[in-house]
Design a protein around this ligand. Structure first.
Ligand code: GAL
Length: 414
């Protein structure tokens, strides 16, 4: 008995020292390919290389990550999972249930992640109590971005209600400006939809409809009003919106072709990467209404063979949660750090608004997970909702038909 315990200890220490000596390798699957996103992920690549790691990049273009998730599925099914994957929310749990995730608790516990993360964020990173993902940031989804000069030239202030938004958009349209820069991709429609649902319905409605999937909320008059507003917004979009990438829509606001964009604060990463200043070149404000829709980007490690890959996973996990990385990455990305102990001194005003609103909404119980960005629902339910939202936005479907279809689609996905 004693002998075998001794033998096991020898093996364990041999494995540990081999991992320690192994040169960290990581093939990293992500969808950060726009200007601001690429600048952000480059921070991690550099830190990884500076610490002796070899990074194999596996970018899969496509905002919101749909294409990346398809690529991931194919790789895992063929028994060749990437080392580290940009993965978030319930999808982390879904992959955990498939038994394909690596446990990064050793790093998390050694570095005391529990003491520097808000409990709600830590909760997304744990699978049955063990750590299965490392968070990089907190993005806010419910933002409106605007071209400051365009608004000024047209005597328009940032809207505080959806009626004000519509009035501003009518005025801009009459002046020959595209009111709303939008890319016709399903996830972008969903992004706008959830901001409208939160704004018109309020946090409780959002929770009931898009988190709890309450059939009554899904078919309510409030949901009809949400689709009515989506129809209005469709009228403020230019004719070429179909298939346009989100960052190209941001560029339309930047160059004054359009006035507003409703998009998460990764759009701010684009403005900043282009040298634009908040308050001068572009304006930010939360979309009309109360509450805060959050996205926490994170990386999960997949179960892979090889000490070099395991060493790469441990190094990556450690770097991702490092205070320096959390600062520099988020300065570029448009988000705020997931760690609560990173000072925001170097961040600009929109980030300060985000942090203050996040704290206030957490106190008020209106800090809510984004359904459109995979934080609130499992893939099947989120996909069912998005299909209806995008079908409505791209047709002349009535709001009454849309809510009926929505309730049916959700019921069938459960
Ligand atoms: C979100 C993601 C962001 C950003 C955005 C556009 O889902 O959380 O980090 O990448 O998609 O690609």
């Amino acid at each position: 008995m004693k002998k075998s315990v001794f033998a096991a200890a020898v093996v364990a220490s041999f494995v540990a020292s081999n991992i320690a000596k192994a040169e960290p390798q990581a093939e990293v699957l992500h969808w950060w390919t726009s200007g601001g996103e690429a600048k952000s992920v480059a921070v991690l690549q550099k830190e990884f290389a500076d610490n002796g790691g070899t990074w194999t990049d596996m970018p899969v273009a496509g905002g919101g990550g749909d294409a990346a998730m398809t690529a991931l599925r194919a790789r895992v099914l063929s028994g060749n999972a990437p080392t580290a994957v940009q993965l978030k929310g319930p999808a982390i749990q879904e992959w955990y249930e498939e038994g394909v995730l690596a446990d990064i608790s050793a790093v998390a516990e050694e570095k005391g992640w529990d003491t520097v993360l808000p409990a709600s964020i830590a909760g997304h990173m744990k699978c049955e109590g063990s750590w299965c993902a490392a968070p990089v940031n907190v993005h806010r989804v419910d933002w409106i971005w605007a071209n400051a000069d365009v608004l000024e030239a047209n005597g328009i202030a940032m809207p505080n209600t959806w009626d004000e938004f519509n009035a501003a958009a009518d005025k801009l349209q009459a002046a020959g400006v595209i009111p709303l820069a939008h890319g016709g991709q399903a996830w972008q429609d969903a992004t706008v939809f959830e901001a409208v649902a939160l704004g018109l319905g309020g946090p409780e409605f959002y929770q009931q409809a898009l988190v709890d999937l309450d059939p009554a909320a899904l078919q309510s008059d409030t949901m009809i009003a949400v689709f009515d507003q989506m129809r209005k917004l469709r009228g403020y979009v230019d004719g070429n919106f179909s298939g346009r990438d989100w960052n190209l829509a941001t560029a339309m606001v930047m160059n004054g072709e359009a006035a507003f964009q409703i998009m998460g604060d990764w759009a701010k990463g684009e403005f900043l990467a282009a040298g634009k200043a908040p308050g001068e070149d572009f304006l930010c404000s939360s979309t009309p209404g109360n509450g805060y829709l959050y996205v926490v980007d994170s990386f999960a490690m997949f179960d892979v063979d090889g000490d070099d890959k395991k060493a790469g996973q441990n190094l990556l996990a450690d770097l991702i949660m490092g205070p320096n990385f959390q600062e520099v990455f988020n300065l570029n990305k448009g988000s705020i750090p997931a760690r609560t102990d990173v000072a925001l001194d170097k961040f600009e005003s929109c980030a300060h608004t985000s942090a203050a609103d996040m704290a206030a909404s957490s106190d008020e119980g209106s800090l809510l997970p984004s359904y459109a960005h995979g934080m609130a629902l499992r893939g099947a339910q989120a996909g069912a909702i998005t299909d209806v939202v995008t079908a409505h936005f791209n047709s002349d479907m009535s709001s009454a038909d849309a809510v009926k279809m929505l309730a049916d689609a959700v019921a069938n996905s459960l």
